[in-house]
Each structure stands twice: as structure tokens, then as C-alpha cells.
Design a protein around this ligand. Structure first.
Ligand SMILES: CC(=O)N[C@H]1[C@@H](OP(=O)(O)OP(=O)(O)OC[C@H]2O[C@@H](n3ccc(=O)[nH]c3=O)[C@H](O)[C@@H]2O)O[C@H](CO)[C@@H](O)[C@@H]1O[C@H](C)C(=O)N[C@@H](C)C(=O)N[C@H](CCC(=O)O)C(=O)O
Ligand SMILES: Nc1ncnc2c1ncn2[C@@H]1O[C@H](COP(=O)(O)OP(=O)(O)OP(=O)(O)O)[C@@H](O)[C@H]1O
Length: 523
């Protein structure tokens, strides 16, 4: 793989990004590697100086290690003797040049993107499960749990970001194409748009699942308007748009979709009884709950409009994932599979056994009720989870283990106070990725907003002990919800991913200790 200096200049000029360039006569002009990290350089590398944490010494290091050209928003003396491309926005430049360097892998993939405050990972896994039926397991995945770029074990790896840096994304897409993958399902976070990680990328299908306030605070979005604006970009950049008509801010979402997409290629879905008198476009797909228990979720999908009836996906579906919110996620994913060419039988077979690490993993204990490990970690998902449990078990005692992360998403803390007050009988406030903040202060902040006449609180910063105490106190008919970390096997503490056994492992161990049982969590 390579890219010439001239090509870089042309691309940057075409997008009005180039401010100035300095070309060295004696230096090679063919770049054979790209990087934004001075610790990862090869001969003739094109190096991007980007990010709040960038230091000019990284450029010196990159040059010493073989970088011959740098892209930056200002010239650096440390880059003397290298080609220099000085640009208006280095993150946009990196996305465009990376796509070109990796020979536009998106052109060889059917690319589907999900955005939404909640349900991205779940919907992405559902869709991958179905597409794999059709293409023989050749669906690549970019998600906040795992990235999968091929069929061999070494082609699956844990992701550190939900949506990777543009350079990493295009490299992974190239790897997927070279490994014979035909489809890519990806989660696109609001940060991905804010940081131009997907700049210039167009999706075959783009989904807007829902939006509620989240990710607002230092290092993320300054306010809700910015969060919404970033998420709306997915609609602007999708050839076909699929929108949850029940989402807050529906009008803005639909309007964003119509800026670049004919209404014939915009599809809406909603639950059976949803009505919005102000809506002047028809709902294309409806879903209706069937009988549901703690093992499975069953629902029916109706193709309601003429446009929808062209897709043969009408019918009954069963999910192994519980939680009524998964009917909405499942519906979205099935519409995606239908638009990609699948029929009801293929979809039903593909989605039937999909499970997702750390999402709604449940265990029925003998003496301590039902224990659920789930990734719910903001107000909307906590509300959805606890209201589902309340309705399933006709007002059980709900015991929750939860904490809020440090350094980000500060808006989640009052959201936890509110949702715990609304539904929980007992809360163990504990540690969840405190970063550079004091976990005790985070817990006290959540506690200060809880109405203690409704929800009793214990602050127990040792997460393993909190899980133990929650399960130990639960009676036969109670529900224990261990929230926020899912299958994460680390705690982010002061910039370091500190090993942690994972909530599933801890809960399993506690149940085994208490009941001597050797079963494993479902899913
Ligand atoms: C605000 C933001 O988007 N930050 C991301 C960004 O950081 P940055 O560009 O400022 O880079 P930096 O880490 O300060 O480092 C500066 C540069 O120096 C380079 N460097 C560093 C050290 C060295 O020796 N040599 C060297 O060259 C680094 O490679 C980097 O290019 O680029 C880094 C990778 O290059 C990311 O790890 C980092 O994500 C931060 C840590 C993060 O966690 N972001 C969260 C908010 C996020 O993006 N979350 C969303 C999910 C949200 C949701 O759930 O919906 C996501 O998509 O994951
Ligand atoms: N459609 C939904 N509405 C409300 N809550 C949901 C929905 N789907 C999932 N959840 C809840 O949110 C949790 C996270 O789900 P999921 O990982 O699919 O979302 P996500 O959008 O990828 O989240 P994140 O951006 O935080 O990684 C689930 O464990 C569940 O508790």
C-alpha cells in the first residue's frame, strides 16, 4: 500500500484543506506507511500530528524512525527536512488521506452504521448474526465490544473506542476486504463525528435508534445540541436511512435524513400502538410484543407501508436476548437485513441465537433471586432495564449495583439518582472507571440526589464486595441488577486499564460460593 505526495496534495486541495506545503527535493515522495503515533513508524511513513496530547518531540521521534512527510495544522521546526503538509483540520485530512492510502475499502463492502444513545451494540450484533447467515460468516464488525475483520481468531480483537480513529478504521476495513468480508456493520458514536473519525464516509444504510441526554461534559459534548448535531450527521451521510419514529427529536432526525436522501429511501419503524398525530409520513414497520419470559423475547414484525411490503420480512421473531427494548433493536436490525436482501426465514434463523457479552446476561439462583449483569449505564437504559424487571416480576424487590465513570458523562450521575429513586429498593453505589476522579465523591454525588425513603443506599467502593453483598442479601423473589460494566475486564483508574475479573466472573463466583452451584450465566 502506498500514496504519493502529489496525490495527498491533490486530495487536500480538492477539499480546501491545504494551507501550505513544503516539498523536499531530496526526500522520497512515495509514502508506504501511515501513522499518528511516533511509536509506530516504518520507513517512508506519512505522519499525522494530531490530538490534544500531541507534543513536537513526537514528530522528532517519528522523523528519526523513518517518517518522511508530516501533516499538521502548523509547521514544526522538528519536521525540518521532511515534506510538510499544513492543513486547516488535521483530523479531516487524516480521514481523507487514510481512505486513499488504504484504497477506499468501503467501496468493496456493504456498509451499515448504527447510531443512537442506546442499542447500537445490540443492534449491530443482531444484524451481523443475520447477515452471517446470508454471506457465510463474512460480516465484519466495528463495535464497542469487539472488532471483527475476518474469520480467523486473530481477526477479532477488543476495541478501545466504539468508533476507531479514521486511520485505524480504514486500515481495518482494508483488512476485512482482503479477508473476503463482504459486509461491514459498525457503530458510529457522536464522538466519531465530533472528531472526524468517519469524515468522508458514506454508508449504504444508516440507522438512528434513539437519543436522550448523555455524553455531555468535559472531553465529550459541551451541550445536548452539540451531541444531537453530531449524531444527525449519520443521516446526512447514509444512502438509505432507517429511523425509530418513537425517538425524541424525531423531526430533526427526519429533516437531517431528507437533506441528502429521497423520502422513498427513508424508512420509519415504531411499536404497534405508537401514534403521533403530528407525524405526516407513514410508519413503514411496526412491531408487537408476543409472549415473553426470562429466557426469550418474542415479537411480531409487520410491514405496514407499500414500500415496506417489498421486503419479505413480515412475521414472528424470537430473540435469546431478554428486555422489551430489544424488540426495538431487533426490529431495526431485521429491517437492515431485509434491505440487504434477506427474507423472513433467514432473518429469523440468524437473529434467534445472537447473544452479546455483558448485555442482559442472567442467572436464576436457587435462593437469591435472579441476577442480571447488564451494560445499562445512563438514565435511559437504567429506566428501561428496571421498568422491564418490574413488569416481568410484578413488583419484585430490586437491588442494584452501579457506579458512574469519572472524567466523562457527568450528566449520568443525576440520571442514576433519578432512576434508582424511581425503581430500586436498594442501591450499592460502587466504582466504575473512576479515571482521575475520586470514586467516593462520585458515589456521594449520586447518593445526594436519591430519595432515601424510596431507595436505601450503601456506598461500597470495592466493586467485588458490592456485588457479593447485593447477591447475599437478595431473597428468592428478588432481582439483582449489576449495571454498567458488562463484560469489561478492567477498571480505568488514573489513565491505566487496571485488571478486574469482570462483573460476570465475580457474580458467578459469588453465586457458586453462596449456593455451591456450578452453572454459568446464560448468553
Ligand atoms: C477526545 C477524543 O476523542 N480523544 C481521542 C483522541 O485523542 P487525541 O487525538 O487527543 O490524542 P491523544 O491521546 O491526546 O494523543 C495525541 C497524539 O500523540 C500521539 N503520541 C502519543 C504518545 C507518543 O509517545 N507518541 C505519539 O505520537 C498519539 O498517538 C496521538 O495521536 O484519539 C485517541 C486515539 O488516537 C483516543 O484514544 C482518544 O479517545 C479518548 C481517550 C476517549 O476515550 N474518547 C471517548 C470520549 C470516545 O471517543 N468515546 C466514544 C464512545 C461514546 C459512546 O459510548 O457513544 C467512542 O467512539 O469510543
Ligand atoms: N433501545 C434501547 N433503549 C433503552 N435501553 C437500551 C436499548 N437497547 C439497549 N439498552 C440498554 O442499554 C445497555 C447498552 O446497550 P448497547 O450496548 O446495545 O448500547 P450502546 O448504544 O452500544 O451503548 P454505549 O454507547 O454506551 O456503548 C443495554 O445493556 C441495555 O440495558
Amino acid at each position: 500500500m502506498s500514496i504519493s505526495l502529489n496525490t495527498c496534495i491533490l486530495i487536500l486541495k480538492e477539499h480546501h484543506l491545504l494551507k501550505s506545503s513544503a516539498v523536499q527535493d531530496t526526500v522520497a515522495t512515495k509514502m508506504e506507511y501511515v501513522s499518528y503515533d511516533s511509536r509506530d513508524i516504518q520507513t517512508n511513513t506519512l505522519f499525522f500530528c494530531k490530538g490534544a496530547g500531541f507534543r513536537p518531540t513526537y514528530l522528532s521521534m517519528a522523523k528519526d524512525n523513518g517518517a518522511i512527510c508530516y501533516v499538521a495544522e502548523q509547521p514544526y521546526p522538528e519536521g525540518k527536512g521532511m515534506h510538510a503538509l499544513i492543513v486547516r483540520d488535521v483530523s479531516k485530512a487524516m480521514a481523507l488521506l487514510s481512505a486513499a492510502f488504504f484504497r477506499f475499502p468501503q467501496d468493496d463492502l456493504y456498509v451499515v452504521a448504527f447510531t443512537g444513545t442506546k442499542g447500537k451494540t445490540t443492534s449491530a450484533y443482531f444484524l451481523k448474526g443475520m447477515l452471517d447467515q446470508m454471506n457465510g460468516g463474512r460480516t465484519a464488525l466495528i463495535s464497542s465490544v469487539n472488532d471483527i475483520v475476518g474469520t480467523k481468531p486473530e481477526d477479532s480483537f477488543k476495541s478501545s473506542l466504539t468508533t476507531p480513529e479514521s486511520l485505524d478504521l480504514f486500515r481495518d476495513m482494508r483488512r476485512a476486504v482482503d479477508n473476503g468480508m463482504t459486509h461491514l456493520v459498525m457503530e458510529v458514536s457522536s464522538q466519531a463525528y465530533k472528531k472526524n473519525r468517519v469524515f468522508g464516509l458514506t454508508y449504504d444504510l444508516g440507522f438512528f435508534l434513539n437519543i436522550t441526554p448523555d455524553h455531555i461534559g468535559p472531553n465529550e459534548h459541551p451541550n445536548f445540541a452539540d451531541y444531537l448535531h453530531c449524531k444527525l450527521q449519520l443521516m446526512v451521510n447514509s444512502r438509505k436511512c432507517i429511523i425509530n419514529a418513537e425517538s425524541d427529536h424525531f423531526d430533526e432526525i427526519y429533516a437531517a435524513a431528507t437533506t441528502t436522501t429521497n423520502p422513498d429511501s427513508i424508512y420509519l419503524f415504531a411499536s404497534e400502538n405508537f401514534e403521533n398525530p403530528k407525524l405526516n409520513v407513514p410508519i413503514d414497520f411496526r412491531y408487537a410484543s408476543q409472549e415473553t419470559d426470562m429466557r426469550e423475547t418474542r415479537f411480531k414484525l409487520f410491514c405496514a407501508s407499500d414500500k415496506a411490503k417489498q421486503l419479505p420480512i413480515n412475521g414472528d421473531y424470537t430473540l435469546q436476548m431478554i428486555g422489551n427494548f430489544n424488540e426495538s433493536n431487533g426490529t431495526a436490525a431485521i429491517i437492515g437485513a431485509g434491505l440487504a436482501g434477506m427474507d423472513h426465514d433467514g432473518c429469523a434463523k440468524g437473529i434467534r441465537h445472537v447473544t452479546i457479552p455483558g448485555r442482559m446476561q442472567t442467572e436464576m439462583t436457587k435462593e437469591h433471586g435472579i441476577v442480571v449483569v447488564d451494560y445499562a449505564h445512563n438514565k435511559a437504559s437504567m429506566m428501561a432495564l428496571m421498568s422491564f424487571m418490574q413488569s416481568e416480576f410484578s413488583n419484585p424487590k430490586i437491588i442494584v449495583v452501579v457506579g458512574a465513570p469519572g472524567d466523562k458523562g457527568v450528566s449520568r450521575r443525576p440520571g442514576f439518582s433519578e432512576s434508582l429513586t424511581a425503581y430500586a429498593d436498594k442501591a450499592f453505589l460502587t466504582t466504575d472507571d473512576p479515571g482521575f476522579e475520586d470514586p467516593q465523591s462520585i458515589a456521594e454525588e449520586i447518593d445526594s440526589g436519591i430519595d432515601h425513603s424510596k431507595c436505601d443506599v450503601t456506598i461500597e467502593l470495592d466493586r467485588e464486595k458490592a456485588i457479593h453483598d447485593a447477591i447475599a442479601m437478595a431473597g428468592k423473589d428478588d432481582v439483582v441488577l449489576i449495571c454498567g460494566k458488562g463484560a469489561d475486564a478492567f477498571q480505568k483508574i488514573r489513565g491505566v486499564d487496571t485488571p478486574y475479573p469482570s462483573d460476570i466472573v465475580v457474580a458467578q463466583r459469588v453465586i457458586n460460593e453462596l449456593e455451591g452451584q456450578k452453572e454459568h450465566f446464560r448468553n
